[in-house]
Structures are given as structure tokens and as C-alpha cells.
Write a protein that binds this ligand. Sequence first.
Ligand SMILES: *Cc1c(COP(=O)(O)O)cnc(C)c1O
Length: 388
Amino acid sequence: MNNKIPLLPFSAPSIGQQEIDAVTAVLKSGWITTGAKATELETMFCEYTGCRHAIALTSATAGMHLLLHSLNLKPGDQVITPSMTWVSTVNLIVACGATPVFVDIDKDSLMCNAELIEPLITEHTRLIAPVHFAGAPLDMDDIRSMASRKNVALVEDAAHAIGTAYKSQNIGSQGTAIFSMHPIKNITTGEGGMFCTDDASLAEHIRRLKFHGLAVDAFARESQGRSPQAEVIEPGFKYNLPDMNAALGVEQMKRLQEFNQKRQLLAHRYHQLLTDVDEISPLSTPGYDHQHAWHLFIVRLDIEKSGFTRDQFMEALKQQGIGSGLHFRAVHLQKYYRENPPPGLSSLPNTEWNSDRILSLPLFPDMQIQDVERVVNSIKIILSGNKK
Ligand SMILES: *Cc1c(COP(=O)(O)O)cnc(C)c1O
């Protein structure tokens, strides 16, 4: 590793003085756990996405856990989700005692669609959990109408989709969607998630499950003068987002548009500069009307033509001081799932093809256009040094 080259990370949160001041104010306020700031962040999500109910949680994973728990899954119940996703969803399906059924993806968008999902639906299907990928939206009209025709519950994994719109509606405006505020996502609370839904009874259930299954949480007891000993309605969990984190999220939400505009500018420059690099192909973007949030800039390496495996190529980028990410190694190819394949696992050719070839190039709001040029120049140098 050449220590003289400054490292360009693949992602970094953008934290300004306003975030530092807001978190400091919470620390000095005397109330640092879930309270007024968490409520403010929930209200901002409702206003921004157009959802009726938003529940702040410690992670998107927590949101998926609560949703799966609320379905009361029994052994043999099936949940359809792509294998091209973060491991958390599949881990939780298994941890809740159900069977993951993997849907393959479109080769160039990394997203599933109604046509791919429908043949997998059986009498045991309890939930469909498709993933908006890299900041692009799924083709939701088809997926929604198919799910309602088949009478199966639907949750959108919107971890990549803060600021994504589909046909002029922000993701989260309809149905149930779970956002992530992990530090690499479009806005961050350190760790955090937001459960958005238009279903009032589901929202009430999730609100209860996120705090021990109590009828009201500690803040409601404090601020609304309810009985100090709220009762357990059902056994629940402890997934409430503290105000220290929520205050960070409130400031980040104010900057969401600025962040995503910068991401778009950087992504546009990548597209321009990569057109003449034959061995590197970016993902396609949807043909339907949408607003892309550019969460990730994912490319596929031509491993035949370049003479590199993807892992070797990521290592070569690292030698040039450039970080990269992998979103994602297919879940069914990970050790546990190779050794314990879910019953009925079918072949997933597009998932496997991409799992061997994808990498995410640096993309974050504090990055400069010149950094994009540096990344592409390094890619060209690496590839030209390895011509077959
Ligand atoms: C990040 C991510 C998650 C999990 O989000 P956390 O907030 O870290 O739990 C889930 N699904 C996808 C597709 C993700 O990228």
C-alpha cells in the first residue's frame, strides 16, 4: 500500500456543524433516549414520503424483524425475497422459523419484478419483500396489483431509497416500506431505521412491539401523564431510536435534497467517463418515470475480458487508494446458506452472475467531481496493466 496516496473511501457520512450542535443540544437537555426528537423525525418522514405512520427504530433490520414477528410465522411458511440483498432479511426469515424463497433479479437493474415473483407464490407464501436497489425504484404498480390479486402481504425494503420516487410518488407513500439510516445510507442517524406504513393497525402493533409490548412507551408516559406502570399487552422487543440519534436524523433530513443532488451529479459524471471503458458496465436505470436517489454507483466487471476476478480488481483499486464496496454477495452463496440451503432453493442465474462481478464505486455527498475522475483514471490504469 502506497501511503502517499490519500484514501478515497467508498462511502462517508456528511456531518456538519448543524448535526454536531443538534446532538449536543440533546445531550445537554436531560432527555437522551426516545422522545421529542424521535417524534420530530417521524413527522418529517411522514411529510416527506407522504406515509401516514412512521416509527423510528434502531435499524431497518429491527423493522423487518418486527414485521416478520407480527405475521406469526409458522414452520413451512414462505417469504419471497431476492438473494441479491443484505443478509439481514434472510437471517430474520430463518430466525422467525419460516422459509426464504429466493426470487431471481433482472440482470441489469439487480431488481426483481412481478413477472419473476408471481410463479413463486404458493399457498404457503406469507410475505413478499422486494428490494429497491441502489436508489432506483422497483416497478411497484405491477408488484402491488399482483400481490393484491394473490392476497399476499408486501413490504418494500427501502434501505436504499430515501429520496427515491416512483411515478412522482416518493417511496413510502403507499403500503409498508422500511428505510435504513445506517452511516452508508443516504441519510444517517448513526444506526437507525424508519418503518413507514399507511396501515393504522399495523403501525400500532409495530409501535407496541418496538418497546417491550407495552401499551405506551416511556416518553408518552412522561409527556402525556399516563400511568407510570403501563402494562405488557404482548411480549415485545427493545428497538426504539434514542433522541441522540434522532436529532442527527432531523438535521440530515433537512439536507436530503442537497445530498441527493450531489449524488446525482457524481453519478452522471461516472456515466460519462465510463462509456469508453469496455470492461466496466454500470447498472441500467429504470425505463419508467422515477427519481433516482443514487444510493450506490454499482458497476459490473467483465471478468473474462479484464483478466481480473472482482475481488482482485477491488484489491487493485485499494492499492490505488480507492475504496469500493460489494452490494451484495448473494445470500445463498454465503457459508451458512451454502451448508444449509433453504428447501426448494432454485437456480438464480442472474443473481449469481452479478454476485461474481459487481462492485460499488465511491459515491457520497462530500466527494468531489475530481474524485470521480481519479477513480475512473485509476480503473483505466489497472485495466491497461492487465491486458491479455
Ligand atoms: C442496509 C440494508 C439493510 C439493513 O439496514 P440496517 O439499518 O443496517 O439494519 C437492509 N436491506 C438492505 C437492502 C440494505 O442495504
